[in-house]
Ligand binder design. Structure first.
Ligand SMILES: C[S@@+](CC[C@H](N)C(=O)[O-])C[C@H]1O[C@@H](n2cnc3c(N)ncnc32)[C@H](O)[C@@H]1O
Length: 588
């Protein structure tokens, strides 16, 4: 669908759019969390679809009678974003004992409670953590809440294992948050190595406010017990699988044994901070000098000249040149999309190969479009938040870029990124499965906007097509540990049909000799080479451009997993995320 308000407007440079338990219980499998985990999810793709707009809660709110005092308080600017009627919250969360006023005054602002709300929303309501955090937390608490929520979801089975060892019997369902507070406290003690006061006292106090002294005594006893035997319990819990069985089964079959353990370890470790230096605004030398002067440690990639890793991650806005657009935050393996496509524009034969050709264009070189005429027409579907769009525009600032995404809210981030980097693109809110609804018109506008962008065949006008398709996100679990608890095998099957549809329908618009890069941040064969194989079996005008030499010369062999077609990368500690790339060219 085309959102006409944001559609077809070339982005202007100046625009700124955008329990007392001691002993083990065999019944521990029935603890609230475990129960939720076993449910599975039908909504994996939703995380990529339209954001949960709280339509239901809004309409519920409207249908109630007079605005309550609480609502007025919200309207007059309570800083917490979970715009729900607190009465409803109290009812939904079974916190009647506490009541609205106490909830608001004593609990609502507590970061541990906010983290628990975010975790509950993932496990119970099947909402993505990013959206939950955006909706729940204020800036002051954000760092700590995110640390807690992401951490608990990352180590959930291990924390549940320890909690259930400590509890004589599981909490009653109504004490859901007591269980989450126990998990949060364990995470703080084990992984954040926080002082007892912060980890034990604060969580016990919160449980006391929520459920009274009886329940908080249980949590306190569990935590004291843990502190007496933490080494043994931690050691014992190392055997626990940190992902659902179905995912372990799929991945362990796909990834060779010698790479599997390292991949799983990386999956359960925080992602490194990779930057992409913008050759339109600075040079590698100037940027690294600025980092040196600011005392920020970094490491440059050995082959990709624009890729730089910040060795001790910090707020990116504190890195020199953020506002000036000197760099973008982008995972190492995500940066390959721009590199491969930019290279594909100048390669004539059916393989991408030479390291020497992967050069960051100089300011001058890029501005002159590397001598290519006419100006290439690039379509980047599924573009938000614009990491790859902006990379391509750094490489080819004169290209006519049409960038689309189905999610209007996520598109605001594309606008923001284009503004910060002073780049231009035609941004369209559209469904990539139906390019016939928006692509011809967008091409018409692109050509009207730039006389050099004259396509010979208007029915097949696209020189470069980037399909960064909606996927399970199994390659980026370390960034989004909620994925482990939101996705199911049925999601993978459903997604692979969507992926096939997007590929097939987009292909029609690629020019003869043009290139299409199929990209996913998934490690599942069903979403990657199986989609490509199905496509290849149906088409007689397509050739696969080999990425083997390119990968061999530029990437760590341990990151590459064998596939029948395309390039499958897995995540590595300190290196890139899991990605799949397949470059196709149209032969007739
Ligand atoms: C992996 S993200 C894209 C990342 C982006 N290319 C980048 O490099 O910053 C996938 C995107 O696909 C979008 N999406 C999901 N289904 C879509 C569809 N049917 N049509 C267009 N976009 C879709 C989601 O909103 C999401 O922004």
């Amino acid at each position: 669908m085309i959102d006409n308000k944001t559609s077809f407007k070339p982005h202007r440079k100046s625009e700124t759019s955008p329990s007392s338990g001691k002993t083990n219980s065999k019944n521990n499998q029935t603890s609230p969390n475990k129960k939720q985990l076993n449910k599975g999810s039908q909504q994996g793709y939703k995380s990529h679809a339209r954001p949960a707009q709280k339509k239901t809660s809004n309409s519920n709110r409207q249908s109630r009678e007079k605005p309550s005092k609480i609502k007025q308080d919200f309207n007059s600017g309570l800083s917490y974003g979970l715009k729900q009627d607190l009465q409803q919250v109290v009812k939904d969360l079974d916190l009647r004992r506490l009541g609205v006023n106490q909830l608001k005054e004593q609990v609502w602002h507590n970061p541990r409670f906010q983290a628990a709300l975010a975790i509950k929303a993932v496990l119970e309501d099947k909402k993505t953590l990013t959206l939950n955090l955006d909706g729940i937390i204020d800036d002051v608490n954000k760092g700590f809440v995110a640390e807690l929520a992401y951490g608990v979801l990352r180590y959930l089975p291990q924390l549940n294992y320890i909690a259930n060892k400590l509890l004589a019997k599981p909490f009653e369902a109504r004490c859901y948050f007591a269980h989450l507070c126990l998990l949060g406290a364990l995470y703080q003690l084990i992984y954040l190595r926080q002082a007892e006061h912060a980890a034990v006292y604060e969580n016990v106090e919160l449980v006391k406010r929520l459920y009274g002294a009886g329940v908080s005594t249980v949590v306190n006893a569990c935590l004291r017990n843990f502190l007496r035997q933490d080494d043994e319990l931690i050691e014992e819990s190392q055997k626990v699988l940190l992902m659902p069985n179905w995912l372990h089964k799929e991945l362990s079959q796909r990834v060779p044994e010698q790479q599997y353990q390292a991949m799983v370890q990386a999956m359960n470790t925080k992602a490194p901070l990779w930057l992409r230096i913008n050759p339109q605004k600075t040079t590698v030398q100037s940027f690294t000098q600025a980092l040196n002067e600011a005392g920020i440690a970094y490491a440059l990639h050995e082959h990709l000249p624009q890729a730089l890793c910040i060795t001790s991650p910090l707020d990116v806005k504190l890195i020199p040149g953020y506002n000036q657009g000197w760099f973008s935050v982008q995972d190492l393996h995500a940066q390959l999309a721009g590199v491969i496509l930019a290279q594909a524009l100048v390669e004539e034969n059916n393989s991408l190969s030479l390291e020497a050709k992967i050069q960051a264009p100089t300011n001058k070189g890029a501005a002159s479009n590397n001598g290519l005429q006419p100006v290439p027409l690039i379509v980047d579907t599924c573009c938000s938040p614009g990491g790859k769009t902006t990379h391509l525009l750094e490489m080819y600032p004169q290209a006519q870029m049409i960038a689309t995404d189905i999610d209007a809210q996520r598109l605001t981030r594309v606008h923001d990124n284009l503004s910060r980097l002073e780049q231009q693109a035609q941004i369209i809110c559209a469904d990539a499965r139906y390019p016939e609804q928006w692509l011809p018109k967008a091409v018409e506008i692109a050509m009207a906007h730039d006389s050099q962008c004259r396509q010979q065949n208007l029915e097949q006008p696209v020189d470069l097509m980037l399909l960064d398709i909606p996927c399970s996100g199994t390659g980026v679990i370390r960034r989004h540990p909620d994925i482990k608890w939101l996705r199911s095998m049925q999601d993978i099957e459903r997604l692979s049909q969507i992926q096939y549809d997007i590929l097939t329908n987009s292909w029609q618009y690629v020019a003869v000799g043009g290139k299409l890069l199929y990209v996913s941040c998934s490690i599942m064969g069903q979403e990657n080479e199986q989609v490509i194989q199905r496509f290849l079996a149906q088409q007689n005008n397509v050739a696969v451009v080999s990425l083997d030499n390119f990968a061999e010369q530029n990437l760590d062999a341990q990151a590459i997993v064998p596939t029948s077609v395309g390039l499958q990368l897995i995540n590595q500690i300190e290196r890139g995320d899991g990605f799949y790339y397949c470059l196709l060219t149209k032969t007739a």
